[in-house]
Design a binder for this molecule. Structure first.
Ligand code: NDP
Length: 448
């Protein structure tokens, strides 16, 4: 180990010691730190100024009680979180996740990733993330509303268009953003659209925000395919999940000439060899809030595999779009063996470190989430721009901006990987490129 590597390993050990039990956060930190050796050799000022140590420590962490009553009058207590990780490049920006698995370690891993992702977009946004261990599944609209109101009754004091601007994530879509915006407006007596993104189109939302993460991830994969002189045309694809990111990933794959044959949820997998019927999936998930197992009632030639593993199905392109660590080493090996040539992560950190190693060794095109799924937050930043200018842009104009941002992110990651002697390694490219911009801003701002 070089002297620099020993120093960085020491920093990682310190993160483990200071943040016990937060395994997802440890994993996210390690992936970034492992790439930074050659960067600090070029920039010794980052070591002197303790940039890495400071980046690993959130600027502020808020944990709060969220009491609410269900439809039978029974009182429930959940825990709310907002981790304001880094504001070097702009106000804290990142989604809220409502899922029973949420605890501080998940919010910190997501917030840490968000710093570099937001930096990669080239837009003026810092990194943050939040959420709750509340489970929206099976709750009535009124219960979700009461929960969101209680959550915002604490969170509102920490937000502001120049301070912290949350958005959606797992379990938080247009409905939840609406209830939270309503409560914010009521408490503060201010109509401030710039305080949340992912809003409805008639009250400050941006066209393309709903589609942005899935569309953006597909554009990123399209660029990776172009870099290997290929395209989506005629490719068989897998997209895990069946939520917001999955739905619009499938839509864009189909528009670009690919065929998506499978999607999933936490209970099982739908396999439809002739290609998924996206209109049906949208109706089941977005309108009727049902499970994808109901898909086979309409399509008798499709299969529902309860408890199945989507990554066992042969494909050319895989786009994990459900949750963290959904592709392990064995899944990655199966994908490679079955002829997969590209993986683009719509979800955050969906591949375990063993899986990442297998993809990199196999030299398939592997686009890590912090680069590939940055289109969502980028379009949130475009929503903020429209709100600040009291403007609203057309679908075509906004989508073109998103596409250009994704092409740019791809080019920056690709070129940074080449510059640091690891051509084709988008993990290294994304981590270094995202880090340097934040680090330079932190040096400029002094020891704060
Ligand atoms: P949604 O809540 O809309 O959908 C999530 C989907 O993933 C559902 O199909 C859900 O199935 C499945 N899922 C969630 N948790 C698990 C789990 N533990 N095991 C198996 N399946 C699971 O969320 P999004 O589509 O918004 O988010 C998906 C991923 O994309 C997340 O990693 C998120 O962080 C990431 N992301 C989202 C962005 C956005 O703009 N929304 C931006 C960037 C990244 P079930 O219904 O059974 O729970």
């Amino acid at each position: 180990m070089s002297k620099v590597d020993v120093k960085i390993e020491g920093m990682y050990q310190e993160v483990l010691k200071r943040n016990p039990g937060e395994t997802e956060f440890h994993q996210a930190v390690l992936e970034v730190l492992e790439c930074l050796g050659p960067v600090v050799v070029k920039h010794p000022e980052y070591l002197e100024r303790k940039i890495i140590e400071r980046i690993c420590e959130p600027e502020r962490q808020i944990i709060f009680r969220v009491p609410w009553q269900d439809d039978n009058g029974i009182v429930h207590i959940n825990r709310g979180f907002r981790v304001e990780f880094n504001s070097s490049l702009g106000p804290y920006k990142g989604g809220l996740r409502f899922h029973p698995s949420v605890y501080l370690g998940i919010v910190k891993f997501l917030g840490f990733e968000q710093i570099f992702k937001n930096s990669l977009t080239g837009l003026p946004i810092g990194g943050g993330k939040g959420g709750s261990d509340f489970d929206p599944k099976g709750k009535s609209d009124d219960e979700v509303m009461r929960f969101c109101q209680s959550f915002m009754t604490e969170l509102y004091r920490h937000l502001g268009e120049h301070t912290d601007v949350p958005a959606g994530d797992i379990g938080v879509g247009g409905r939840e953003i609406g209830y939270m915006f309503g409560q914010y407006k009521r408490i503060t007596n201010r109509y401030e659209p710039g305080v949340l993104t992912g809003k409805g189109l008639t009250w400050g939302g941006s066209l393309v925000r709903t589609e942005a993460t899935g569309y953006g991830a597909t554009y990123f994969v399209s660029e990776m395919l172009k870099a290997r002189k290929d395209s989506f045309e005629g490719k068989t694809c897998l997209v895990s999940g069946s939520g917001n990111v999955a739905i619009y990933t499938i839509e864009k794959i189909h528009q670009l000439g690919g065929k998506c044959v499978a999607c999933s949820d936490s209970n099982g997998v739908i396999y439809h060899e002739k290609g998924l019927d996206l209109d049906l999936i949208k109706r089941l998930k977005e309108v009727e809030r049902r499970r994808i197992s109901d898909y086979v009632a309409t399509h008798k030639d499709a299969k529902y595999i309860a408890g199945g593993n989507i990554w066992d199905i042969p494909c050319h392109v895989a786009m994990p779009s459900a949750t963290q660590n959904e592709i392990n080493g064995k899944d990655a090996a199966t994908l490679v063996k079955n002829g997969c040539i590209a993986v683009g992560e719509g979800a955050n950190m969906p591949t375990t470190p063993e899986g990442v190693k297998i993809f990199l060794e196999a030299k398939i095109s592997y686009g890590p989430g912090k680069a590939a799924n940055a289109g969502g937050v980028a379009t949130s930043a475009l929503e903020m721009q429209q709100n600040a200018g009291r403007d609203s842009w057309s679908f075509e104009y906004t989508e073109k901006k998103l596409e250009d941002i994704m092409i740019n992110i791809h080019r920056n990651c690709f070129e940074t990987a080449e510059e640091y002697g690891a051509p084709g390694n988008y993990v290294l490219g994304a981590n270094i490129c995202g880090f340097i911009k934040v680090a330079n801003a932190m040096v400029a701002h002094g020891i704060i």
